[in-house]
Ligand binder design. Structure first.
Ligand SMILES: [Ca+2]
Ligand SMILES: [Ca+2]
Ligand SMILES: [Ca+2]
Ligand SMILES: [Ca+2]
Length: 565
């Protein structure tokens, strides 16, 4: 208790000092600037577009304009305090550009490597090879990740498939989960599992977790499966494939609780510090109403379920049902050590809360691991993830010390909703002091104001930090379900790869380079050790189907492997 009181006192003191500094900032504006209609009008427009309420855009300085400026300064503070109004005007322009300016505009420091990208088509998926009752359905393909499940030193590619009908409505029929095995002789094929189930099938796989759950040094695979993605949300059994002396084997119904949950995301980590890898599963509303839960590993890859509500001191952020309605749905949950004590914190990533009045988890949060198998909401860290208000979906969080100050930083991969899931937006939160995360997206990433209408910009699913150019630092690869380019025009491109300058600032890799200047390729890039000797390569795909018939039908995709260096 004394510690908590001290904590509150320190907090209050820091708020007071911040407030003093804030007032000083809008007061940097002298009467000459306040009377400058053009300057004030630009401030108001930019502040309003960034979500700070500056009032009517009338060019007249007032209390609301000053308040919005101060709120902006608090949310996007500079590295050192400002002494002149022009610094604040410039900073507002910088942050506004990072949201709304083109990544390919005059500010862009686009990187085009001197060598050319070597790409080969390596596999074609085709839904017609499966016996389906839905004859004229289209298949939607999602690349999830890579892992070496048969222990031969070469990674396999994990891909989910789900069906939609002619109106893009989800179809309740299971299709195969693809685990594609690359062969040095080019005889690429699906991995065949040992035991009675050569392949697993689900209606809708949502997120894959690749880790060594049975501690034998070979990768295993857990997949959070949703079931049919539409009313009435029946849910379905999740997937678990474990390594064994005979090869990878499907133990979904033997080693997991048998429940038809609507699992929307999952992650792995040793929550209780007993040496084995546990799993956290984020659920959404479904007919059988399963709350989000932890799967405790017994050390051999056998899992026991315990709901998260039992493991937090404050359930208000986690109750899935409040007054009978879905209230706390998280896009996914992540396990990552933020405070350096080796125990992973629980990251709750914001999702689809609507109506807005029910948006209890408008933002994303980290609950602190108590080092005893539970999480503390009392000292939770709030990540402000409001690019699209309560429709902001934070689909992934990557944790890495970008600036080498000994404290890990967070990169969030985000999208939103307009009819379907759309949008591609990365956010960087730097841990500048212990537990203090500051939004440095404007300083560390390219501008992200894409010219493509958001309805046409498929969503960004996850990011991976990995050294792509071999210079010793971590670059940024985003697995987007949109192609790198929709045409040969750069104005219709997105940035999927950012190159680290060594200090944690990323420059965009030229999308024309990865897509060979052609449209609609380089969808869903996933990095893995796919080369014949386990060399790092990127897998991507291009949609394959019939586009000349009465309506477009997607049969599957063509997969490509790209050698980056
Ligand atoms: Ca392998
Ligand atoms: Ca294993
Ligand atoms: Ca454990
Ligand atoms: Ca920790």
């Amino acid at each position: 208790m004394p510690i908590n009181k001290l904590h509150i006192l320190v907090l209050v003191a820091s708020i007071c000092s911040t407030t003093t500094a804030l007032n000083a900032n809008s007061s940097l504006f002298g009467d000459d600037l306040k009377d400058d209609h053009t300057v004030v009008l630009q401030l108001q427009i930019q502040l309003n577009e960034l979500g700070f309420d500056a009032g009517p855009t009338d060019g007249a300085w007032g209390r609301r304009t000053a308040g919005a400026l101060d709120a902006f300064y608090e949310r996007f503070p500079p590295a050192a305090p400002f002494s002149q109004a022009s610094q604040l005007i410039d900073r507002l322009q910088l942050v506004h550009d990072s949201w709304f300016a083109s990544p390919f505009g005059p500010n862009s420091d686009l990187i085009t490597p001197p060598s050319s990208l070597i790409s080969n088509q390596v596999f074609r998926s085709d839904i017609r090879y499966q016996e389906l009752s839905c004859n004229d359905c289209s298949v939607v393909t999602f690349a999830f990740g890579s892992g070496d499940f048969d222990g031969d030193g070469v990674d396999e590619l994990v891909v989910g498939q789900h069906l939609v009908d002619q109106n893009r409505v989800a179809v309740n029929e299971a299709t195969r989960t693809l685990i594609i095995k690359f062969d040095a002789n080019g005889e690429n094929r699906e991995l065949v599992l040992a035991g009675d189930t050569p392949h697993v099938s689900r209606v809708h796989e949502r997120e894959a977790v690749i880790a060594d759950f049975n501690s034998d040094g070979v990768d295993d695979l857990f997949i959070a499966a949703t079931g049919v993605d539409g009313p009435v949300f029946y849910g379905e059994q999740n997937v678990l494939i474990l390594s064994s002396p005979d090869g990878p084997i499907d133990v979904s119904f033997a080693n997991l609780p048998i429940i038809n949950d609507n699992a929307h995301g999952a992650d792995a980590g040793d929550i209780d510090g007993d040496g084995d890898i546990d799993i956290v599963v984020s659920t959404h509303g479904s007919t059988e109403k399963y709350d989000s839960y932890v799967l405790w590993n017994d050390g051999t890859g056998n899992f026991r379920r315990q709901i998260l509500l039992d493991l937090v001191d404050d359930p208000s952020l986690l109750q899935l049902y409040v007054n009978g309605r879905s209230a706390n749905q998280y896009s996914t949950m992540k396990l990552a050590d933020l405070n350096g004590d080796q125990f992973p914190e629980l990251l709750l990533l914001s999702c689809c809360q609507y109506p807005a009045s029910m948006a209890q988890n408008y933002n994303s949060y980290a609950l602190i691991n108590d080092q005893n198998g539970a999480f503390l909401a009392e000292d939770k860290i709030v990540f402000i993830t409001d690019r699209w208000r309560n429709y902001t979906f934070a689909n992934d969080a990557d944790v890495h010390d970008l600036d080498g100050n000994g404290l890990v930083d967070v990169i969030l991969t985000q999208s939103t909703q307009s009819d379907f899931w759309n949008g591609h937006y990365l956010q960087i939160l730097m841990q500048e002091e212990p537990d203090l995360f500051v939004d440095r997206t404007a300083e560390r990433l390219w501008d992200q104001g894409y010219e493509i209408p958001i309805e046409l910009l498929a969503f960004a699913d996850q990011s991976t930090l990995i050294d792509l150019d071999g210079d010793g630092d971590s670059d940024l690869l985003t697995t987007s379900s949109a192609p790198a380019m929709r045409s040969s025009q750069l104005s219709e491109a997105i940035v999927q790869i950012g190159i680290n300058d060594g200090a944690g600032k990323f420059s965009p890799l030229d999308p024309r380079w990865v897509s060979h200047e052609g449209g609609f390729s380089f969808i869903g890039p996933v990095v893995g050790r796919f080369g014949p000797n386990g060399e790092l390569m990127i897998a991507s795909h291009r949609i394959y189907g019939s586009y000349s018939a009465e309506r477009n039908v997607t049969y599957g995709v063509n997969f490509y492997l790209h050698r980056l260096r």
